[in-house]
Ligand binder design. Structure first.
Ligand SMILES: Nc1ncnc2c1ncn2[C@@H]1O[C@H](COP(=O)(O)OP(=O)(O)OP(=O)(O)O)[C@@H](O)[C@H]1O
Length: 552
């Protein structure tokens, strides 16, 4: 994929109004370039008038007009600056949101298979794209227009001389770009990898802190991070050197080129004296033209250097967008869940995780799923929740086959508690009423009571308003599990799935949870629980055993 194709894909992923704004911005930038050119042409014309008819009565008026135009140019430049910054950052913002929506729109298997550092790196890519691609390209659009205008003026003044100078400069730019192209691409690729590796290293260092402390390996972790960041720093250095080199080459060798043109001009009829006006025009033109050409050239190089980043963004943005339509009505669930000849094989695996599962769970039943590690219990729970879809066979809710389209409606029936629950860095209350903008205090209190969290709430300085820390670190493992249970109980879901959700509970807390399950069952809740401990199996209507992915 060439950088231009990636650029097109990234831009195509912007929402329609974002694309319109971007076009508007490009047009405004080009108009700005045209205006600058017009002003420059007016200045040249004015000077020529003065030189031609010094002392004529129109001088004062022309000068006044020029002052007005120069002031207007200032105002227009300010308006363009405001517009560029507003629209460019608006585009950057839309892009970051679009990327995040793709991340949130992933299905469960894609999410599980992806590196967790990817979405974080994607935010960095989006910002890099804004600063290294979009802003330079916009600047280049305005600069290119002005540069073309200046070139047209020079051509009009002395076509052969302007063509010779422009040809030499173009050759120089092309040659210098060819020279740095390889380094730019390589450094850009290394930076693309670097962003993701650096974030992955930070995540691992933070996540494995206890292991690092105990194994005395913090120094090694610091060294690994240093190496990753060092590679990035070196890549960035090489990138900036390669970006700056064409400018130096063009400016120094460009002087020689201009001297060559001067020498050639001096050899024409009339000698150096006749060539002086052309030389002056070329000198002035080059002085104004070169920085503009640098801007255009920088944006071309930026596209090469950010090829890897753009490619990653284009791939992310090609993923399905998050469906933001209102949640569907809950799928009726009255009689039970049926699994018919269900098999499931994880992508890239030869052996199925589940094979030939025939199982019916009645509405209101409490079923325990037991079996050795790796026997397929969690996979079966994920299939029932619609997070995974059977490779063979089918799932029935009552008598309705669970198609892909019905999954969101079915999931509204499900509450799930995993063994290691996610706990947000917020208050106990916000964790229980997770993502509920208007927590129902009565339901929160009931969930607290059912999970035996009352003592904890009473002992905490701010009760339910106490913050639980990053990933719930200020709570014990058992308290975190009970908090996750309370969150599941807060949702009045008719199917509750507990995946080793009580493994960290002491006997007293476990007894409390078992009583809560009895109460839920009395209210008609269907419970599927995965457990290794015998105590949790008490009260179950049925125990289903899995062995190597099959019902035993
Ligand atoms: N995302 C995945 N990709 C590939 N294979 C997986 C994935 N998740 C699980 N597996 C494999 O599928 C099999 C069943 O795993 P599963 O987690 O369902 O077992 P389990 O019975 O819940 O085990 P445990 O008691 O250890 O939690 C295992 O062999 C496991 O390695």
């Amino acid at each position: 994929m060439t950088p231009l194709t990636s650029l097109r894909l990234v831009l195509a992923a912007l929402p329609a109004d974002g694309q319109r704004r971007l076009w508007l911005l490009a047009l405004a930038t080009i108009a700005g370039g045209l205006f600058e050119f017009a002003l420059l042409a007016a200045l040249v014309a004015l000077i020529r008038d003065w030189l031609d008819g010094a002392g004529s009565g129109t001088d004062g008026l022309a000068a006044l007009l020029f002052v007005a135009a120069a002031l207007a140019a200032g105002a227009i430049r300010y308006a363009l600056l405001t517009l560029t910054q507003r629209l460019a950052f608006d585009t950057g913002h839309r892009l970051i949101v679009a990327v995040q929506r793709r991340v949130l729109g992933r299905d469960w298997p894609t999410h599980v298979a992806a590196r967790t550092s990817g979405p974080l790196a994607a935010i960095e890519y989006s910002e890099q794209w804004l600063y290294s691609v979009l802003l330079p390209l916009l600047q280049a659009a305005g600069a290119a227009v002005l540069a073309l205008g200046i070139l047209a003026g020079l051509l009009w003044f002395d076509a052969p001389a302007a063509l010779a100078a422009a040809g030499l400069l173009t050759l120089l730019f092309l040659a210098s770009n060819l020279l740095v192209r390889g380094s730019l691409k390589q450094a850009g690729d290394e930076l693309g990898d670097g962003f993701e590796n650096r974030i992955a290293a930070v995540q691992e260092n933070v996540g494995a802190m206890r292991e690092l402390i105990l194994s005395g390996a913090r120094g090694q972790a610091a060294e690994r991070f240093r190496r990753i960041d060092r590679r990035m720093a070196e890549a960035r250095t090489r990138l900036l050197i390669a970006t700056g080199l064409p400018r130096i080459l063009v400016e120094s060798v460009g002087l020689v080129a201009l001297a060559l043109v001067a020498w050639w001009l001096a050899g024409r009829e009339g000698g150096i004296a006749a060539a002086l006006p052309t030389l002056a025009a070329l000198g002035l033109g080059a002085q104004r033209l070169l920085p503009l050409l640098q801007v255009v050239n920088l944006s071309v190089n930026a596209l090469t250097a950010t090829g890897a980043i753009q490619k990653r963004m284009a791939a992310l943005l090609a993923e399905p967008d998050l469906d933001l339509s209102p949640p569907p009505p809950t799928l009726p669930f009255a009689t039970g869940i049926g699994l018919e000849e269900v098999s499931f094989t994880y992508p890239g695996r030869d052996q199925p995780a589940l094979a030939g599962i025939d199982l019916h769970i009645r509405r209101g039943e409490r079923v325990a799923l037991v079996g050795p590690n790796g026997s397929g219990k969690s996979t079966l729970a994920d299939l029932v929740m619609g997070l995974l879809q059977p490779s063979h066979g089918r799932l029935l809710i009552d008598s309705t086959p669970l198609s892909r389209e019905l999954i969101p409606a079915w999931q509204r029936n499900v509450a799930h508690v995993p063994q290691a629950p996610f706990v947000a860095d917020t208050t106990l209350l916000a964790n229980i009423a997770f993502m509920d903008p208007e927590p129902d205090r009565r339901r929160v209190d009931e969930a607290v009571r059912l999970t035996g969290l009352e003592d904890l709430v009473a002992a905490l300085p701010d009760g339910l308003a106490t913050r639980v820390g990053d990933r719930g670190q200020l709570l014990s493992g058992g308290q975190r599990q009970r908090l996750a249970l309370a969150r599941a109980l807060y949702q009045p879901a008719p199917l509750l799935i507990l995946d080793e959700a009580t493994s960290a509970l002491d006997p007293g807390s476990e007894a409390h949870v078992l009583r809560a399950l009895d109460r839920l069952q009395e209210r008609g809740t269907t419970i599927l629980l995965i457990a290794h401990r015998e105590t949790m199996l008490a009260g179950c209507d049925r125990i289903v055993r899995l062995e190597s992915g099959r019902l035993a």
